[in-house]
Write a protein that binds this ligand. Structure first.
Ligand code: GRF
Length: 205
């Protein structure tokens, strides 16, 4: 953040990842110029997540909280995650390929301030293996959805959605790649609108 930017009150955004973090990267790269938000933390439940190194290279604070030592104790893992999160004082939290289910208590503490991207046309196919499920169902299209996170898995209010065609010969990986390219457009567009205080739904062409 430059000195001039420091005088403006940007929305502070924490991003949670588990893997390569390509959506996180798209979000970070979008938060420049007149964007109403700035990234303040990238955290992962996997210390080896490639996205952590990239984020640190951008000068963003990072945190790695390995979930494995906590076993099935989700609340204890979340307590550990809360330490860097609260230190970063985020207004908004973006889940970007974050592969841990969060407890209702954790979600409630960020009520109306947490977004997620999901690789399906919700309410179709919450949960895992979305692309294979769309192919198995013989769907003509697939897509991605940004939604508010509520205690019900992948079921919060929809903030944005993009559709992609399913084409002959598609496999779950070819479809995933086509959807992911749209995720990288949809999530930044939705965050930008949401951070400016507009919770209306966006369906980019
Ligand atoms: C994306 O398809 C996201 O929707 C899903 O997991 C994938 C994560 O990709 N939940 P990346 O880590 O953002 O590259």
């Amino acid at each position: 953040m430059t000195k001039a930017e420091g005088r403006v009150s940007f929305k502070r955004v924490a991003i949670l990842i588990s893997g390569s973090g390509s959506n996180m990267r798209a979000l970070v790269e979008s938060m420049v110029g007149d964007h109403p938000a700035r990234p303040v933390l990238v955290a992962s439940n996997d210390p080896a997540a490639a996205g952590l190194i990239w984020a640190a290279g951008q000068g963003i604070a990072t945190a790695a909280i390995d979930h494995r030592p906590f076993g099935r104790d989700r609340a204890a893992f979340e307590d550990a995650l809360l330490t860097p999160l609260l230190e970063a004082t985020p207004h908004l939290i973006c889940l970007a390929g974050f592969m841990r289910i969060l407890t209702p208590d954790f979600i409630r503490s960020f009520d109306g301030r947490m977004l997620n991207i999901h690789p399906s046309l919700l309410p179709k196919y919450p949960g895992l293996h979305t692309h294979q499920r769309a192919l198995d169902a013989g769907d003509a299209e697939a897509g991605c959805t940004v939604h508010e996170v509520t205690a019900d898995l992948d079921a919060g209010p929809i903030l944005g959605q993009t559709r992609v065609p399913i084409v002959a010969g598609d496999t779950s990986s070819s479809l995933a790649a086509r959807v992911l390219a749209q995720e990288h457009r949809l999530y930044p567009a939705t965050l930008r609108r949401f951070a400016s205080g507009d919770r209306s739904r966006i369906d980019p062409a």
